[in-house]
Ligand binder design. Structure first.
Ligand code: PSU
Ligand code: MN
Length: 305
């Protein structure tokens, strides 16, 4: 018999079978989005935040070909500190299983695995999207395609501000992915409270989001629901510093010939370095808020079904 390629932790399995709230967390942000040693500290912190709310965290990663839904502390440590951990999108999952490879999961891979496990809510920092040099490189994150055909509620602070936000919002519209702002009428700007782009829908409670989720099922809507939850203005990165350092980072990425999967981690770490850590604090503040809201949504949803 072939080995099992998906493994739910006992805690996650129990919670799902008792219809208790579960929130999926991705691991690319831990392995490739945040510097050590903060990455492990905050990965642990996000799990505690959920547990304090009575929600079971399900951090997802691929270890030796097996997709783990819910990691123990040793596995989390490995994701945070092992240099051989790769970055896996959805298309890599089957290949990683067949070759027994290990990697962190991006939004695309995490969303698909969470859906398959029966998890309805997922928290991250910022989604991937259309890169600014799309006309030259055609770099559009695989996150968008998966979100167009995976019913899951993704709580995020918009898309990463290193991207072409306008083009990404257009693509989300074309792909029929629902987008709502949580207590805001502009799309969040990842490190910034607002990207400056208006959005069509504002919601102000987890109960309303739960109602939307139930309606998606009734309509047979198999796309994601993106909940844009902005970082508080007091905790955002200074917009002028953001603009200046991002322009320099995009130029540096070009000069260094960075492409494909490496672009996003390169730019995120460039920003951390050249803002003396201020972008890291804004990124973490954003994710913190998203994890907490995802916990509230998961709780409201299970109570409502
Ligand atoms: N949000 C963050 N930091 C990150 C990411 C999201 O705050 O590092 C990751 C997610 O895993 C997302 C990925 O799926 O960046 C996008 O990478 P790419 O642009 O190569 O698709
Ligand atoms: Mn890409």
């Amino acid at each position: 018999m072939s080995p099992k390629i998906v493994s739910l932790s006992e805690e996650v399995r129990q919670a799902l079978s008792h219809r208790e709230p579960v929130v999926a967390l991705e691991s690319t942000i831990i392995a490739h989005g945040l510097p050590r040693p903060r990455n492990l500290e905050v990965a642990t912190e996000f799990e505690s935040t959920l547990r304090d709310q009575g929600v079971v965290p399900a951090t997802i990663a691929i270890l030796d070909g097996v997709a783990h839904i819910g990691l123990n502390s040793e596995q989390l440590d490995r994701v945070a500190n092992d240099d051989t951990i790769r970055k896996f999108g959805y298309r890599d999952l089957a290949i990683a299983a067949g070759t027994r490879a290990s990697g962190a999961t991006t939004v695309s891979a995490t969303a698909a695995l969470a859906r398959q496990a029966g998890i309805d809510v997922f928290a991250t920092g910022g989604l991937g999207g259309v890169h600014r040099d799309w006309t030259v490189a055609q770099d559009e994150s695989a996150d968008l395609d998966v979100l167009s055909r995976t019913r899951i509620t993704v709580v995020c602070s918009g898309v990463k501000s290193i991207l072409d936000v306008d083009a990404t919002l257009q693509r989300l519209e074309t792909l029929n992915v629902g987008v709502v702002g949580y207590r805001t009428d502009t799309f969040p700007g990842f490190y910034l409270h607002s990207s400056g782009h208006d959005i069509d829908w504002t919601v102000d409670s987890p109960d309303v989001i739960a109602a939307i989720m139930r309606a998606q099922i009734e309509y047979g809507d198999n796309g994601a629901l993106v909940v844009g939850n902005p970082v508080a203005t007091q905790l955002q990165l200074d917009p002028q510093l953001h603009e200046r350092v991002l322009t320099a980072g995009l130029e540096a990425a070009r000069t260094d010939g960075i492409s494909g999967q490496d672009v996003t981690p390169y730019l995120l770490s460039y920003l951390v370095e050249h803002t003396s850590g201020a972008s890291l604090e804004a990124n973490l503040a954003a994710v913190r808020g998203n994890v907490a809201l995802a916990g509230e949504i998961a709780t409201a949803y299970v109570r409502s079904i």
